[in-house]
Unconditional design. Structure first.
Lengths: 387, 91
């Protein structure tokens, strides 16, 4: 690197201090904004894809008159007859509207013995007893219930208008907030009582397949045998996850378009030609013996100093903003408007592709936009330029 | 080397150092344990999606169909404009 040329380039930048400072700020903001968007999306996608493996292979919902309806749990016995099916279990779950906070809780019914036999359950809740008059809740649920003076129990209003008192037995760990914040896990029959379900009524059937490669075949067989079932495989859910992020990203795109528009205005200004003062400067430099490559090198240094430092600062700010400060405000775009927002931490995912993408969106474009007009002028004769 | 060159070189090294230390710090945080707990939770309840939205039928949106927002279930209050008639709950 020629330090004398670099020094000359920096002096040039100082001469138009405010203009170059503005370009630096715009480039930094653009890199930060895009970086924030990509990092949040990557973290959430990573988390969703990893937890996707823990879901049942196939979920069956019953459709009646075109809308989701409950089904008979004993139907799972028919599903078990299909070759390749490892297990089929009716599940009871649904939503409960909590009037005071205008939010919906997700209620999931589990068998009492499931919590006693499951070793991993101890990792999820500190206190692990669950019986037919108790429930385990997410942190968001506890927060909202406490606001309505329910500290140890909650009175569910049943379908017939009577009240079902259920005690809070435990709270799910903070680490699972992004999944458990609005969840209430309750004993299956107690939940049936709250929802007004009959003895064998269930919301859906969770099916597991022995050989994971056979999932599409088993799903097809179920569809053919039971056309009233809506069959959802893990692959369908993966596609659904992609869709939600594509939709949320579109909101970010609005912000991105504004940033990119300002950036393109700068690029256009650069490409549309150099000012007469700059032309004269290039002419004088050539007249005193500078070669074309020296002039271009100065312009390259100018552009690189601005764009590369802006890129580095934007990336540093984006990483800090997303993973250290947990993306305040911007995170809300992904969370929606509900009162039961989780205070979750985003998982760190290091993705080289994102860094390269951000680099190629900012640095080379700006460098080319600066060097090409100067090259046009520098290839002309000195006297022609100055005239 | 002039003062301005020194400042630019210094800024470059400071920013690179900050980026590298940030990445090392973030890598040092144990995500594995956290992920394991999350996977156990999902495996326990068996329901998909994150708490990204708490609108009715959209919380577990992978298990919802388009027509679910027109559901006839009387226990759920509608507050979506798609439901056409908005009833007010007791406040």
């Amino acid at each position: 690197m020629n330090f004398q040329l670099l020094e000359y380039a920096l002096k040039n930048l100082q001469r138009e201090y405010f203009k170059n400072l503005f370009i630096f700020i715009v480039l930094t903001l653009m890199t930060w904004l895009l970086g924030t968007m990509f990092l949040i999306t990557n973290s959430m996608k990573h988390e969703l894809n990893l937890t996707l493996d823990s879901l049942p292979d196939i979920i069956l919902q019953y459709k009646k008159a075109g809308v989701s309806s409950t089904l008979d749990e004993r139907q799972s016995e028919n599903i078990l007859e299909i070759p390749g099916v490892q297990s089929a279990e009716g599940r009871v779950w649904g939503y409960y509207y909590f009037e005071n906070a205008d939010v919906y809780f997700s209620l999931m019914g589990v068998d009492e013995f499931q919590t006693q036999t499951r070793k991993s359950f101890v990792n999820l809740v500190a206190k692990q007893s669950l019986d037919n008059s108790s429930m385990i809740v997410g942190e968001g649920v506890v927060r909202l219930l406490e606001r309505s003076y329910y500290k140890d129990y909650f009175n569910f209003i049943k379908e017939d208008g009577s009240v079902k008192k259920v005690f809070i037995a435990g709270i799910f760990q903070t680490q699972t907030q992004l999944e458990s914040n609005d969840m209430i896990v309750i004993e299956k029959n107690t939940l049936r009582d709250i929802f007004g379900f009959s003895e064998y009524e269930a919301t859906d059937i969770a099916v597991n397949v022995t050989n994971k490669l056979e999932v599409p075949t088993v799903a097809l067989k179920i569809t053919q045998r039971y056309p009233n079932y809506r069959v959802l495989t893990k692959e369908d859910m993966r596609v659904s996850y992609e869709n939600i992020f594509n939709y949320k990203n579109a909101l970010f795109l609005g912000l991105f378009v504004i940033a990119i528009f300002i950036f393109l205005v700068i690029v256009y200004e650069r490409l549309s030609g150099v000012s007469s003062a700059q032309k004269r400067e290039i002419g004088i430099l050539k007249a005193i013996g500078w070669r074309v490559e020296d002039v271009l090198r100065v312009k390259l240094y100018e552009a690189l100093v601005i764009s590369f430092l802006a890129y580095l600062l934007g990336i540093v700010l984006a990483f800090g903003f997303v993973y250290i400060f947990n993306a305040p405000l911007v995170k809300d775009i992904f969370l929606g408007y509900s009162e039961i927002k989780p205070a979750f931490e985003l998982l760190f995912v290091f993705d080289f592709e994102t860094l390269f993408l951000l680099f190629f969106l900012s640095v080379p474009i700006y460098v080319l936009a600066s060097v090409i007009p100067s090259w046009r002028i520098a290839t002309l004769d000195a006297d022609e330029v100055m005239r | 080397m002039s003062r301005s060159v020194k400042i630019v070189t210094f800024s470059f090294f400071v920013l690179s150092f900050l980026l590298i230390s940030e990445l090392f710090y973030l890598r040092s945080i144990d995500n594995e344990q956290c992920l394991k707990v999350k996977q156990e939770f999902v495996s326990f309840v068996g329901l998909p999606d994150l708490v990204l939205s708490n609108e009715p039928y959209l919380r577990h949106r992978s298990l919802s169909s388009v027509f679910d927002i027109y559901s006839v279930d009387p226990t759920l209050r509608e507050h979506q404009k798609e439901t056409f008639i908005l009833t007010k709950g007791i406040k």
